[in-house]
Design a protein around this ligand. Sequence first.
Ligand code: NDP
Ligand code: ZN
Length: 351
Amino acid sequence: VKGFAMLGIGKLGWIEKEKPEVGPYDALVKPIVLAPCTSDIHTVFEGAIGDRHNLILGHEAGGEIIEIGSEVKDFKVGDRVVIPAITPDWRSLASQDGYPQHSNGMLSGWKFSNIKDGVFSEGIHINDADMNLAKMPKNMPLEQAVMLSDMASTGIQGAELANIKSGASVAVIGIGPVGLMGVAGAAIHGAGRLFAVGNRKVCTDLALEYGATDIVDYKKGDIVEQILKATNGRGVDATIIAGGDSNAILEAVKMTKPGGTISNVNYFGNGETLPIPRVEWGCGMSHKDIRGGLVAGGRLRMERMIDLCTYKRIAPEKMATHTFDGFKNIEKALLLMKEKPKDLIKPVVFI
Ligand code: NDP
Ligand code: ZN
């Protein structure tokens, strides 16, 4: 099978690989829609998770099953499916413990484009198909389906980890596609005042549509000062970090109230340590809870993301600002993520 790969740090290219073997519980899927992720950029150009050689990239896809294992019960050849970015080993102790994302080692539930070939491939191997695939509804637009693998699931997880009480004030730092879904997630989790920290108009417009009440421009002054001023010095109940550099942790701690929650879904691509401000963290005694997590995956999670779309709670397809036709254009789409033109939120490739 042909795939678009990381050849080494900073190097991309097309490669040809053996067709993956389909075990009794597995499936092989051909993609019908794909999207590149900012994480692919961290992985290739920052070498953030270490060097990888000839690893096919990508973890956001919808597709059609072309081969199925003998023990798979709920799926058959020809079914259209949403593929989650995270495909855990459900028979693992970490899964029993409630953290399937870390099944068989930290971050190891994240297989595609991390520890095995990703979805930018003519034949995508799915481990444990019954537990890791979700049927794509017939009428679901493909650009909506592909946003569920990672963007919707991650952004909404940002809101879930933020422990949002009804009417709570929330700030979302970074409103690319993940942060925008963080805004939408915070709104459905009951946020009252909802600050979206961004800059580009295409993002701030959509943030307002998704439920933000205030826009804070990080290019127009210190965001901590802006948010403290807007909240009469009190800060917000919860901050979701979905963008920015490692300084975002420091800012989040400063702008969150004592007893509040800092929820991180950002992927910090470089540096040895992350800064926590000692004084604003109450010298360690502020009860400001700092948490972060790899996006949830698996079938049930994807089915719930599908329901959020079906019942019109979220509209992630609005983030698809750039579309391409044809498998070969995945290269263009990925490079577009690197260039980040002003009007880009998310590129999508229809196969
Ligand atoms: P984007 O790069 O599209 O979005 C990040 C946003 O942060 C941009 O819109 C940018 O604004 C904004 N930003 C940049 N600098 C600052 C700053 N100093 N202060 C505030 N905002 C800033 O990324 P994505 O939305 O695709 O992804 C966000 C992060 O989530 C990435 O690190 C990604 O790797 C990670 N991720 C994590 C996952 C997980 O499982 N936890 C899963 C998927 C992604 P502007 O463009 O206007 O300058
Ligand atoms: Zn991703």
